[in-house]
Design a protein. Structure first.
Lengths: 146, 146
DNA sequence: ATTGCAAATGCAAGTCATTTGCAATATACA
DNA sequence: TGTATATTGCAAATGACTTGCATTTGCAAT
């Protein structure tokens, strides 16, 4: 498969051994359109026949993050971190306060604002982090928005 | 003291008993110009002669947050949460990556953007968190922006 | 001032996500 | 194929916080 070869190649580039666990996790992360927790990855792996220990999942996610293949989100609300395949895109997230689901948002309303801010403050701006919180449609139905 | 009476009044308004622990913690938070962790509060209390258990610190901070007297920051980098006296201001921070200085920014460029986002996503938006990173004038001079 | 009782506290034990030590195993490359 | 080294599973540890429960305290009604 093309994607698998690509994944394999990316591991090699990073100086990582191509193990079935790593390949399976990176594959899954690549295909997942929303960030996933270590436990979700663990359940997915064991569900799809790739037997793996939870600690290995944690170690693998961290290794892949170190190499820049994944992005780690330390959640502000929930207690557990989420990981996501790094597609090298600048984006923000709409975070549901009910179920902690993260919805990536592609467009960014801040580019012009940053330029104005640079002039006003003498900072050289290197980047920003924006999370928007709210309640998704399902949680609104469940009455979770209190 | 005026401030103490004010603090006492605020506790009463919230239906909270005026205990020496709560008063001491709220006092400290009011005076502190930077957010503090539970452990920092614990050390401060016991250092100033207000003997208190760590679990009580946690419970107190959470109670005060529930009542809106404090703001909780789940820091992105550190593992522990920080609390800060709620002065009822919406603000963002320009954070210097060289010296960690935080410059508060009063204006917020996101109100209109949020309204558009609500329509586009069916989320009910409750708030947002924006930090902008860069290098301040002094750190630029020091060549710290790598 | 005294009392009654819910709220607040201390202490110890419990959670829960994540990390780590170590022995067993798998991989890359000679 | 052999072997040095990276990776894994398992169990135990960590660290920030939370909770159960018996005791104490604040405060409102006597």
């Amino acid at each position: 498969m093309e994607m698998n070869d690509d994944i394999k190649e990316r591991l090699k580039e990073c100086g990582l051994k191509n193990t079935k666990h790593r390949k399976a996790i990176l594959d899954f992360m690549f295909c997942s359109r929303v960030p996933a927790s270590a436990e979700q990855v663990y359940i997915q792996m064991n569900g799809q026949g790739t037997s793996i220990d939870l600690s290995t999942v944690y170690r693998t996610l961290e290794t892949l993050r170190e190499k820049g293949l994944l992005i780690k989100h330390d959640r502000l609300n929930d207690t557990r971190a989420l990981y996501e395949y790094n597609r090298m895109e600048h984006k923000h997230y709409l975070v549901c306060l009910g179920c902690n689901k993260m919805l990536p948002i592609k467009d960014c309303p801040l580019a012009e604002y940053e330029r104005a801010l640079e002039k006003a403050t003498n900072f050289v701006i290197a980047g920003h982090k924006l999370d928007i919180f709210g309640y998704c449609a399902e949680c609104q139905e469940k009455g979770l928005q209190e």
